[in-house]
Write a protein that binds this ligand. Structure first.
Ligand SMILES: [Zn+2]
Length: 299
């Protein structure tokens, strides 16, 4: 092992890939809401570091700060969202949320007002899959029309959910409705929409490649899969998307829910990918999202 390291050091090249990323990060996938005291972290089994609602918010902001997260796209219930915006200021962009629970998306006229005022800057996370809904069906059309009109980015949950979701929160949950290929009809109808696949469609690798390749305006985040699924599986998936030439449309996300420490776990998940060089890490952690969100350079 040591001899190999020395050779690499002398060669000078491959070690550049192993350098930790130290620049700014945009987390396009965060949530606010009630704490779940004691809930075991799905990756470590350790109880969550947030035992109260206030802790969940405070520790999330602390973790953002610690990991240089300069902007977070956040969704959650109205009250928690308002509190997070008050505490986080410009670092927080609020999204309209269709969660895995009983709260519906606000009606389009309410969203119109929120997009107009800037209270909401994102349509998402849209967890249609949890509700047995197809994102290309008629129910979503008025929302997509609004997003197009206000040029608001649209984040759609794809791929996985907590194991057993269909027996717990979400009897309407369907694996097939998380297939990114389901987005094709709506992408055809709305070519100007700024859409991203949340969770990068995992485990639908082929369909994710197909959608990203054929619809070059579409981006994807690697939230949750960068810390919850086995690390080797995540790296294999990420590498497959990179070798497919899609590295300029992948964005960092944590999907921090009730475990503030997940932000660090997610950062580590991407940062530890041995096949990413410094420029590719910078693109995934920051630059791709900055382009997708059309941030001004000062932001
Ligand atoms: Zn999700």
């Amino acid at each position: 092992m040591r001899a190999t390291l020395l050779v690499l050091l002398l060669a000078g090249g491959p070690l550049a890939h192993a350098q930790s990323y130290t620049g700014p990060i945009i987390d396009v996938h965060l949530h606010v809401g009630k704490a779940a005291p004691g809930a075991p972290n799905p990756a470590t089994g350790q109880p969550t570091s947030a035992n109260t609602d206030a802790d969940r918010q405070r520790l999330t902001l602390e973790q953002m700060q610690r990991h240089r997260v300069v902007l977070g796209l956040v969704s959650g219930p109205d009250e928690a969202m308002a509190s997070m915006r008050a505490a986080g200021g410009e670092k927080i962009w609020a999204g309209a949320f269709l969660d895995d629970g009983a709260t519906p998306l606000p009606p389009p006229d309410v969203l119109r007002t929120a997009f107009e005022s800037g209270d909401l800057k994102v349509l998402g996370e849209i967890g249609a899959q949890y509700h047995g809904l197809d994102p290309s069906d008629a129910w979503f059309e008025p929302y997509l029309a609004l997003a197009e009109e206000f040029d608001v980015p649209v984040g759609i949950h794809t791929g996985l959910a907590p194991p057993g979701a269909a027996y717990g929160c979400c009897p309407e949950f369907s694996i097939g409705l998380g297939n990114p290929a389901r987005l094709e009809p709506m992408l055809k109808r709305h070519p100007k929409l700024r859409v991203w696949l949340m969770h990068a469609g995992w485990p639908y690798l082929q369909e994710t490649k197909a959608i990203l390749y054929m619809y070059p305006q579409v981006y994807a985040d690697v939230a949750v899969i960068d810390w919850i699924i086995p690390r080797a599986e995540f790296h294999q998936y990420l590498e497959a998307l990179m070798t497919a030439g899609l590295g300029d449309r992948l964005m960092f996300g944590s999907d921090q829910m009730v475990w503030p420490e997940a932000i660090g776990q997610a950062v580590e998940g991407v940062d530890s990918a041995p096949f990413l060089d410094a420029a590719q890490k910078r693109a995934i952690f920051h630059d791709n999202a900055a382009r997708f969100l059309r941030l001004e350079p000062r932001q």
